[in-house]
Design a protein around this ligand. Sequence first.
Ligand SMILES: [Zn+2]
Length: 365
Amino acid sequence: MRERLKALIETLMMTPGPSGHEGPVRRLIRTELEKLGLATTTDRLGNLVATLEGDKARPSVMVIGHMDQLGFLVRKIEASGLIRVERLGGVPERALAAQEVALVAKGGRLIPAIIGNKSHHATLPEEKYRVVPYQDLIVDGGFASAAEVEAAGVTVGTPIIYEPRFVDLANGRIGGTSVDDRVACAIMIELAKALGGEKKRPTVHLVFSVQEEFNLRGVLPAAQTLAPDICVQLDLALATDTPDMAARGDVRLGGGPVMGLYSFHGRGTLNGLLPHPALVRLFEATADRTKIPLQRSVHIGALTETSYVQLVGKGVASIDMGFPARYTHSAREVCDLADVEALTRLMIAAIGAIGADFKLTRDDD
Ligand SMILES: [Zn+2]
């Protein structure tokens, strides 16, 4: 399973899909699901849904993983041919200069470019440790005029992503672009394979969602249409096993899947997730039974789509399940395939354990 996941993750990471422009990655996933004999639907926002019909007496489950990735949009094309950008999602400004990027021209065609970094030899002492705001960055595709940029099929609004990259590291660890959240997309394709033939389980809706990095709400039309009882969201969990993260928790790479017990984002959204206790109990019991180690995460500063999905309809019992990841949102995110495989196995076992008697009332809290 690990080798299959790895191959799938690499293909997914190398395929562009910036928020609002998910076409190429959606086509790839749709083809993978078709190979498994699964029909899919795509809604007006672009969410891709595959439903595995199951026992109707059991609560239905929606599993979400977002297809989109963060990046930029062309904001202004200078007469010189240099390009100014607007950010699309939470890009880390400290880690942008001198990165390779790709302009995503029509049809997903990638045009290579470099984010300029002021010549070191001309850098003043007071500039040395200063982070340049993204508004002041220039993207250099080698073009010598605005007309050349336009002739290449690049206009204001053209998306830009980190140059897609997959790095095979030691100990089964991998790095590169869009580990967030193509790893989850691969897990969900593996879930489709594992659960497809099994009928003694709930109906499972696999939702490959859009625009998560943009505003976290792209999945809402799918949640409203499917009206699931349960939602499990798959995404990275912040690994805290590097020196700069040590005080934040005990989530380590290779330590197993991560259950989110609390997420909150105070700047603007005032949203977050306190998971449904029945789902916390389900994953604890399943991890015990299958001997899969389960890590726990409590953190402020990041959100997932469940923050919004939980509020749909009569309320959707929700939980975030993750794989530990380092250096999130940078052009080189890192995770461990052992965690990815363990999370896949945990999901398969947990979904199978949701019986007709699985209670979502709050009486047992
Ligand atoms: Zn994500």
